[in-house]
Design a binder for this molecule. Sequence first.
Ligand code: ADP
Length: 608
Amino acid sequence: MSASPPRLVRASLEMMRPYRRQLVLALIVLVGALSCTLAGPALVSYAINHGLVRHHDYRVIEVAGIAYLAVALAFFGFTRTQTRLLSGVGELILNDLRKRVFAHLLSQPLAFFDSESSAQLLSRMTADIDVLESLVQSGIGSFVTSVGLFVTSLAVLLVMSPLLFGVTCCCLVPVVIAAARYRITSSRAYTSVRHRIGDTLSTLDEGLAGVRVVQAFRQERRLADQFAERNDAQRDADLHTVALGCRFFPKVEGTGVVTTAVLLLVGGSFIHLGLASVGTVAAFALYMANLFNSIQSLSQLFDLLQSSGAALGTVFSLLAVDPTMVDPADPEPLPRRGTVELRDVSFAYPSTPAGAAAMASGAGPVGDLHERPPVLSGVDLQIPPGEHLVLVGPTGAGKSTLAKLIGRLYDPAAGSVRFGGVDLRRARLAELRRRVVVVPQEGFLFRGSVLDNVLVGRPDASAEEVLEALERLGVARHLTSLPEGLDTDVGERGARLSAGERQLVSLARAALADPAVLVLDEATSSLDPGTEAVVERAVASLSRGRTTVTVAHRLSTAERADRVGVVRDGKLVEIGSHRSLVAAGGAYAELFRAWSAGVGTAAPGMTA
Ligand code: ADP
């Protein structure tokens, strides 16, 4: 993923637009600072020529000295203001950028997240924006000043004495060559450092995230060794950049000294020949010092600028991925109730990250259907309002995928999914999410209280409405008897609740949302019989009177459904009531026999 330079510039300008007044002010202040820098040597030259060489007038020297002090103070004021302005605007822009990236990520379709790991996305949000942060905090002011100083110093030197300018340019040649080389080698070295940091961080991340497995299987030593190895590689890469800097920076400094010496020699002879005044040569030497200072600080900033450019590129390329699941230009309203219908639906997950990216950017997964066997093919299904349909079949058959298509978490590659006759792609997303709610296997709980988590279903619901919903589900007693009732803190991802309580909260959330269609992916984690019964009753109450599609991992769920659909190899091979399917003696009857023989344990191939 990378953004082209013109696109990068356009995107950066776009982000700066709201702050253009402050930026123009910073530019004016920059001009002030540069004028001060240029005025210093001019004052020295004036003092030498008019105060010493020609008239021996000490008043001129005094005035020039005071003026020099005033200019130095003004310079201090200007640079301070400029740094404050630029860093302030930079922070505001970064703040906007972080919010935009996060909002953008949340609006991406699921296919996007199939190709991007959350760790990578997190690193993009933090590491890349951190690089920009250091540019903003320490680099941007001195970069702008150095560029300004470099250009103006060159211009002034040329105007003052084209001859001496020529001499300076000749001396600059080795620095330019060394800088060009340093640019290439340091860029490679810093890229290598970033990769090594990525490796070290991924070991750290894996070790910490999987600490339970690490300890259970005594993997501490292996991971510590891996970390040490990668950490050493990072140290070597860092040392290499230091070595490169040690070779380059003294070259710039040395060339500066040599150039000054050459200039004094050549300038001295020019003075003898009457081609230049003493003041001019002195001022020239000072301007040249400015020039070398600017080259030095630009070289030091080079890596920061380079990594900032790369960071901006990746962040903007992330922002450039258009969410495909957006409202159509002329949406069709969804009826309150309606038949869920799948017409000749086929679907495949992209086989490569590139395929997923293409899918996320609107190209659709069709191309990948040739590469990868479709997960679903030619599925036709009608679910009348209020029916409870249970999907069963072997693991990997495509049941969950079918459920996700009904909730439009993905779009089909071919065919259509409809509600009340309206293709889901033609409906407004907000309306669709109100009509169809998907409750995933392990409902995700946010940090906060039980009440906060239930309110996710309908944020404007009152406490009474929440309690009413809990009563209807028959879970009020369970949740209110938690240590602090509904105000109990659920911890990170609900870690402070039991698996059963987490399920109850996510069912309560769906109940509060009160959708016309409910898609449930039955949790596979086994619960104690008491809690299991409460969850089952809650599901039964939740599905009463509304279309419900349950991906079942236990056939007892299928027994209670209106109809059962058997999915095998991406096809809906059987559909009918539990009784009729058992009587028909087909695929379902076989699954059911196997499951019954296991006396309540999942049938072979039934668990996810
Ligand atoms: P089931 O629910 O019947 O167990 P799924 O619908 O979850 O099956 O999966 C069907 C097939 O799709 C499986 O082969 C699975 O590996 C694959 N699959 C599921 N989710 C993804 C995904 N996000 N990316 C790629 N392949 C997936």
